[in-house]
Design a protein around this ligand. Structure first.
Ligand SMILES: [Fe+2]
Length: 315
């Protein structure tokens, strides 16, 4: 693919120019179809990992070890921090081959709102990126609702050879956040700065914003303020759209209704991989992927162990 992108200074460059030429060749040599190994670890091992990390989070005082938000919680760890994790690292290598983690620390993520279209290619043009690896540890359903369906990870055929990116047509700012309204429903706020300005003068009050109701108090204002200060890791771009082909409408309704339909243009689904607890799931870091809209299947949350791997160590 030869896609033009503009750098911040306005100069044009091509996507193939992001990774160093020899690195890009090696990245492509290591590419393989997405795969899932079922029963990679047992249900008891999953529960032990959850307990271990929850305990770690409860004990940690610094913010660097975890990030807590309404829509997700991330707990970071190192591959050599315990005997059990070292063993797990080796066990994953036995399946996918030798790897390292360079740029984004290994983590446990609990998602309460589905991730949208993105790629985890990192930010280092010298990083010989390898596989995204996840191990689902727990899926929690809303037991007050009748119908339940397991969540999926969607891997697209489309690849991306530039830095980590979130794919959207909404590229004029990177200030959109998912927050809960006063009914507990997740709402996409397109500009958190604007939202913060609007709520400043209220206290112990309910306000309506874009047809959603929010209860304002000091805690809520502090939380929104923190969101306004976050610097986004991912580039926001719609350059993944390379032709006029609309995404399959049935697949969109089934899986992707948490994403704008227009954002899915030119995408082709490769695999929808079911979030089976204890399985090992991996795909190339150059593959565009997303979560499915698990909320409509009455999934309250899913918790995964996630690694962004590389073939060589960058110190
Ligand atoms: Fe990802």
């Amino acid at each position: 693919m030869n896609i033009s992108i503009f750098k911040k200074d306005g100069n044009k460059f091509y996507m193939k120019d992001f990774f160093e030429k020899n690195i890009l060749d090696e990245i492509k040599k290591n590419e393989s179809p997405p795969a899932q190994i079922e029963n990679f670890i047992s249900a008891a091992e999953c529960q032990n990992l959850i307990n271990y990390f929850q305990n770690l989070k409860n004990k940690s005082v610094g913010k660097s070890q975890f990030i807590e938000r309404e829509e997700s919680t991330k707990i970071f760890f190192k591959l050599d921090q315990s005997h059990e994790i070292k063993k797990l690292y080796q066990k994953i290598q036995d399946i996918i081959g030798e790897f390292y983690v360079n740029d984004f620390q290994p983590h446990i993520i609990t998602s309460r709102y589905p991730l949208r279209l993105h790629v985890d290619t990192g930010k280092n043009p010298n990083d010989l990126i390898f596989k995204n690896v996840i191990i689902p540890l727990e899926v929690e359903y809303d037991l007050e609702k009748k119908n339940h369906c397991p969540p999926n990870t969607l891997i697209f055929k489309n690849t991306w050879y530039d830095q980590s990116a979130l794919f959207t047509n909404h590229t004029d700012n990177d200030k959109d956040f998912i927050i809960k309204d006063s009914n507990g429903k997740f709402v996409d706020i397109l500009n958190i700065d604007d939202f913060f300005n609007k709520i400043q003068k209220f206290n112990e009050d309910e306000i309506e914003y874009n047809e959603n109701v929010f209860r304002i108090n000091d805690n809520f204002k502090d939380y929104i303020k923190r969101l306004t200060e976050i610097k986004r890791y991912n580039l926001r771009t719609n350059k993944h759209i390379v032709n006029d082909k609309n995404f399959n409408r049935d697949l969109y309704e089934k899986y992707l209704s948490h994403q704008q339909y227009e954002d899915c243009k030119s995408l082709e689904l490769d695999k929808a991989i079911e979030t089976k607890v204890g399985s090992l799931i991996y795909w190339d870091r150059t593959r565009i992927h997303s979560s499915d809209n698990f909320i409509k299947n009455n999934v309250k949350s899913k918790t995964l162990l996630a690694l962004f791997t590389s073939k060589t160590k960058i110190s």
